[in-house]
Ligand binder design. Structure first.
Ligand code: FES
Length: 205
């Protein structure tokens, strides 16, 4: 199985932002691998990718608070590692959320829980606002001056002001109707996650 860096990798740790352009050189992975999580694919054809072939990501170097972006079906998928403190805050803020139990939101059954993920610490989300599809901004800091004293970290959509918490759950009183979508995903090892495929697919194959 050949490996290559797919599309673009965007890491956002709050303090540093890096964007790596598309490359097919495996050597380039080695050069940046010490500091930057990287993404690998099963090297699907362009046609297969457009049709939704799964994408594989290595999260072994993803640190708490960091965000990794991979592309699946032409859409950005975020992978974010949350701290234990951030997970505790998810419970504390349920009162300000429109759909805290994700009853009316889109996610696989295994992600219909308060943290909306398979592993509590690793969040996997489609990075598009559920209002009109803008790209929300990752704002992990607490009490951000422009977002209010009760801001506990999450995502802010600059188009019409929708707010989401660090599980992608939408606030009350904003235009976005539902939580951010969670794509199908599964772990194939401790450090490797596949987007666009899950255990149900495996059983049905
Ligand atoms: S597209 Fe995000 S609030 Fe409208």
């Amino acid at each position: 199985m050949s490996e290559k860096v797919v599309d673009a990798v965007d890491m956002d740790s709050g303090r540093r932002k890096l964007l790596i352009g598309a490359t097919s050189a495996l050597g380039a992975v080695g050069m940046v691998g010490a500091a930057i999580p990287f993404v690998r694919s099963w090297n699907p054809s362009a046609k297969a990718k457009a049709a939704g072939a799964p994408v594989q990501a290595d999260i072994s170097q993803l640190e708490e608070g960091q965000k990794l972006v991979v592309e699946w079906r032409g859409r950005p998928v975020w992978l974010i590692k949350r701290s234990q403190e951030a997970l505790k805050r998810l419970v504390a803020q349920e009162g300000i959320l429109r759909d805290p139990q994700s009853t009316d939101s889109k996610q696989p059954g295994y992600a219909k829980n308060p943290h909306r993920s398979v592993r509590p610490e690793v969040l996997v989300l489609i990075g598009l606002c559920t209002h009109l599809g803008c790209a929300p901004v990752y704002r992990p800091e607490l009490e951000a001056a422009d977002l209010g004293k009760d801001w506990m970290g999450g995502f802010f959509c600059p188009c019409h002001g929708s707010k989401f918490d660090l599980a992608g759950r939408v606030y009350k009183g904003v235009p976005a109707p539902t939580n951010l979508d969670v794509p199908p995903h599964m772990y194939v090892s401790n450090d490797v996650i596949v987007i666009g495929k899950d255990a149900d697919d495996e059983e049905n194959a």
